[in-house]
Write a protein that binds this ligand. Structure first.
Ligand code: HEM
Length: 400
């Protein structure tokens, strides 16, 4: 075991550019115990891929946190615990069989939405945001408002309520990603109570007046199995949360990578047919999620290392996606790379259920940004947010 390697993903250097550190870990200690992160870091593509299918590694990671808090004597009626209770209903933090049931119901509803038919409405939304954008932070202007509005539309929320979705998503992120100050759970709880009440009243309305939206579809009126109101409300919150910051970052990180590569940007402008492979390549090259977490529930061995129950494993997607054993010239952007088996959306039973939608939003947003803003240029050196799990810009200041 190589404990001398730098493995702190939160230093200013690693925040600005995590890839040198991840390259060194992948090469010298691919199954690395990090005392700083109190987790094993898996950095090779093959190991990360195998971990997605390893039953010793569990997604049930909110319940253990609640149990540990209870064991420390922290009160169960605290704001933090109530937020954690809502999140523990989420399929992304559940194992089979609970996961299989929730996933099946959500997947059916997603299919019914005919994502491909949403092309025109998402394009109209992006164009509206670009029309109003006169330079400044492209995230605040375009990348941030888009995904929450799309989710709100899919769930069938009235247009006037859509701004509130963004605030709720931010509040969920405060808890899930551990940002914000010490009062973060209290602040989040206020918003999340409001959100829960909102979804419950929307659910009630749809019961008496079904629509062709995703919420109505998830109610499973003609199926034997149904989601309870608790589960439905938690599912709405999960879809909002999982699809918001990730998609914002996908649009922002992709746009930044293109602004830094004028030749690729010019090629893409000349040949918009390259948009698909460009988006895939930029998801691989600097995707929105650096790390996915798993809890160890049974002893397991990875590359000769014994991993014990109770420990945590970080599947470092950002490192797997630049593994030279899997990708030729991994540090180079090749906007025609094909095939491109990146793991930015995960793999296996929890693989991103919104991937088709996220790809479409990123493709439309990046495509319209580069074609409609021909003078787009960086106006300030962007800064990244310090975070273990996400790869997220503070702002993307541009001139147009
Ligand atoms: C570029 C944007 C996105 C990225 C990079 C991304 C990435 C991921 C990843 C890596 C996972 C696997 C988590 C795990 O294995 O523990 C995941 C799961 C999930 N994603 Fe996404 N996602 C994106 C957009 C979206 C959107 C737009 C939605 C919904 C509207 C969404 C909903 C979900 C849900 C519900 C899960 C949990 C699936 C399950 O547990 O079975 N995501 N996503």
């Amino acid at each position: 075991m190589n404990t001398a390697l730098d493995d702190d993903l939160l230093t200013p250097e690693a925040t600005a550019d995590p890839y040198p550190l991840l390259d060194a870990l992948r090469e010298h200690d691919p199954v690395h115990w990090s005392a700083d992160h109190r987790a094993w870091l898996l950095t090779r593509y093959d190991d990360v891929s195998a971990a997605f299918a390893n039953k010793a590694l569990s997604n049930d990671r909110v319940r253990p946190v609640r149990a540990a808090r209870a064991a420390r004597g922290e009160t169960s009626d605290s704001a933090a615990d109530r937020v954690l209770a809502l999140m523990s209903e989420w399929m992304v933090v559940s194992d089979p069989p609970a996961h299989s049931r929730l996933r099946k119901l959500a997947a059916g509803a997603f299919k019914g939405q005919r994502i491909s038919a949403m092309d025109a409405s998402i394009t109209a939304l992006v164009d509206e945001l670009i029309d109003a954008f006169t330079g400044g932070d492209l995230i605040a202007g375009v990348a941030y408002p888009l995904p929450a509005t799309v989710i709100a539309t899919m769930l069938g929320a009235p247009v006037a309520d859509r701004d509130r979705f963004r605030d709720w998503s931010d509040e969920l992120a405060l808890v899930a990603f551990g940002g914000g100050g010490s009062d973060r759970h209290e602040r989040a709880l206020g918003g999340l109570h409001e959100m829960d009440a909102y979804f419950r009243s929307l659910i009630e309305q749809r019961r008496s007046e079904p629509g062709d939206d995703m919420l109505t579809a998830m109610m499973g009126t003609e199926q034997d199995d149904k989601l309870s109101d608790d589960e439905l409300s938690a599912m709405c919150a999960l879809l909002l949360f999982a699809g918001h910051e990730t998609t914002t970052n996908s649009i922002a990180n992709a746009t930044l990578a293109l602004l830094r590569r004028p030749d690729d940007l010019a090629r893409l402008r000349r040949d918009p047919d390259l948009l698909n492979t460009t988006v895939e390549e930029l998801l691989r090259f600097d995707g929105p999620i650096k790390v996915i977490n798993r809890w160890v529930v049974d002893e397991t061995e990875i590359r000769g290392r014994t991993i014990s129950p109770g420990e945590r494993v970080h599947l470092v997607l950002a490192a797997a996606n630049r593994d030279p054993e899997r990708f030729a010239d991994p540090a180079t952007v090749d906007i025609e790379r094909s095939p491109n088996p990146h793991v930015a959306f995960g793999k296996g039973i929890h693989a991103c259920i919104g991937a088709q939608l996220a790809r479409m939003e990123t493709r439309i947003a990046v495509g319209r940004i580069v074609s409609r803003l021909p003078d787009l240029a960086l106006a300030a050196e962007p800064r990244w947010k310090p975070a273990v799990a996400s790869r997220s810009l503070e702002a993307l200041e541009v001139s147009v």
